[in-house]
Write a protein that binds this ligand. Structure first.
Ligand SMILES: *[C@@H]1O[C@H](CO)[C@@H](O)[C@H](O)[C@H]1NC(C)=O
Ligand SMILES: *[C@@H]1O[C@H](CO)[C@@H](O)[C@H](O)[C@H]1NC(C)=O
Ligand SMILES: *[C@@H]1O[C@H](CO)[C@@H](O)[C@H](O)[C@H]1NC(C)=O
Ligand SMILES: *[C@@H]1O[C@H](CO)[C@@H](O)[C@H](O)[C@H]1NC(C)=O
Ligand SMILES: *[C@@H]1O[C@H](CO)[C@@H](O)[C@H](O)[C@H]1NC(C)=O
Length: 396
């Protein structure tokens, strides 16, 4: 009798838990891309299926919605715009398969309303999470060196709380990821790969955004691994392996006389391998504004051509004779070590007009990869240096 009572008690206690497991959680719903007619054969244009699915996902009344893109399948998409605002507070794209761009430039078939800026655009979506180990393949080689108006692969515009996790991006036609006018977002465990001679295939290009964290990622590209552009504040980059590529760059800023600003940038624990530049700030003559409160810390260099470089006269050949520049100040390079592929391991090339001020070099040890001594080039840079190799004569 007592035994039966216990069994009944256990059933009573356990039943609600069991029910909760088998009934879909009322606060969340999963949409499978195959319910929308996607073929997933890597050949058929699956764009319409994605557009239809997005309509349902974005309009779902649940608190959280998931779009499932299953593994082992390849979806060919022409340019698609995923637009919000959406009803769910959070949207997960569980992306396990492959999304591939059309192979030829002609096959892109731009829709009427598309500005041709990007392949896949995510616009005005808050709480978007894309994760799951999937691959975006931009098929860029058909475009490189043949077309000048190349689109970005993934463009995120006007977003909050975006998260990109465990994703692969290969061979974009232009930048792989651009983040513009976004805030409070994270990019983590991303692998980006494009050949070192592919043009403008930046890894991640950020502008007009704040509170962005990029971490634990590997980027191989033909241009900047990460470019931090106008209007960016509170951008952290940590645990990024860059190379090949042109380094992690602030700018370029001030092109064509623009007023541009960037501040509060913190790049830490990053490795540059065989890159053209390491930690770089580049601004154009003729522009105005500022790049300030920038910190590069715990940086490892392996055969980098220009490991530490501030270039306030970027492309001085074009802008020769102009007398304004973007002000560069409060920049710290701390614990930067490894090898340089060229003798001038440190270049602080600033313009006499505004110069670079409060430049701090601390704990720098850069040797020549081929053996021998490195040196520093300096003009109009002011600040302090302690514990350094090479010697930086312009800093006190
Ligand atoms: C959501 O539904 C409305 C009304 O049916 C429609 O106009 C809108 O396009 C839908 N949103 C998306 C993203 O498809
Ligand atoms: C990327 O493009 C290069 C050059 O066309 C090619 O060799 C490479 O295999 C491509 N990568 C992938 C993953 O398709
Ligand atoms: C990076 O973003 C900036 C600012 O939006 C833009 O001017 C530039 O063309 C972008 N670079 C690439 C390679 O897409
Ligand atoms: C960036 O790093 C700073 C200093 O550690 C920290 O206070 C801030 O919260 C970080 N921001 C982001 C977006 O990770
Ligand atoms: C530095 O970054 C690497 C990835 O490149 C990561 O494994 C390691 O934990 C990071 N270390 C610190 C102290 O953040």
């Amino acid at each position: 009798m007592k035994g039966l009572f216990i069994v009944l008690l256990i059933m009573f206690v356990a039943t609600p838990t069991l029910c909760a497991r088998v009934t879909p959680n009322a606060g969340s719903r999963v949409f499978n891309i195959f319910s929308y007619g996607a073929k997933g054969d890597g050949q058929t244009d699956d764009s319409q299926a994605f557009e239809k699915a997005w309509g349902d996902v974005c309009n779902a009344t649940q608190g959280t919605t998931t779009l499932l893109i299953p593994k082992g399948k390849s979806f060919m998409l022409r340019p698609v715009s995923f637009e919000g605002p959406c009803k769910p507070a959070a949207i997960n794209i569980q992306f396990e398969g492959t999304i591939i761009a059309p192979k030829s430039v002609e096959a892109w078939k731009w829709p009427e309303n598309n500005n041709r800026e990007s392949w896949l655009r995510f616009w005005r979506i808050n709480g978007l999470v894309i994760k799951g180990g999937g691959t975006f393949d931009g098929q860029g080689s058909a475009w490189w060196n043949k077309h000048s108006d190349r689109p970005i692969a993934l463009q995120f515009l006007n977003c909050e709380n975006l998260a990109l996790k465990t994703l692969n991006l290969v061979n974009s036609t232009r930048s792989h990821i651009t983040i513009a006018s976004c805030k409070d977002s994270i990019i983590t465990d991303i692998y980006i790969s494009a050949p070192d001679d592919s043009p403008n295939t930046d890894g991640i290009n950020i502008s007009g955004s704040s509170n962005i964290l990029i971490q634990d990622s590997k980027i191989e590209s033909g241009d900047d691994c990460i470019a931090i552009n106008h209007g960016s504040t509170f951008i952290n980059v940590t645990g990024v392996m860059c190379g090949p590529g042109h380094g992690i760059s602030v700018g370029s800023l001030g092109k064509n006389g623009a007023y541009n600003t960037v501040e509060d940038i913190y790049v830490r624990n990053c490795t540059f391998q065989g890159t053209m530049n390491g930690a770089r700030i580049k601004t154009w003559m003729g522009g105005s504004g500022y790049a300030r409160k920038i910190r590069f810390e715990d940086i490892i260099l392996i055969g980098v051509k220009n490991p530490v470089i501030i270039d306030q006269q970027y492309d001085a050949l074009i802008y020769n004779g102009l007398s304004t520049a973007v002000k560069v100040s409060d920049v710290t390079y701390s614990n930067v070590r490894g090898t340089s592929a060229s003798e001038n391991a440190i270049i602080l090339s600033c313009d006499a007009s505004v110069g670079c001020t409060d430049i701090v070099l601390n704990n720098i040890d850069i040797t020549l990869a081929a053996g021998g001594k490195t040196s520093a080039l300096c003009s109009n840079a002011h600040g302090t240096a302690s514990s350094f190799n090479p010697t930086v004569s312009c800093l006190s």
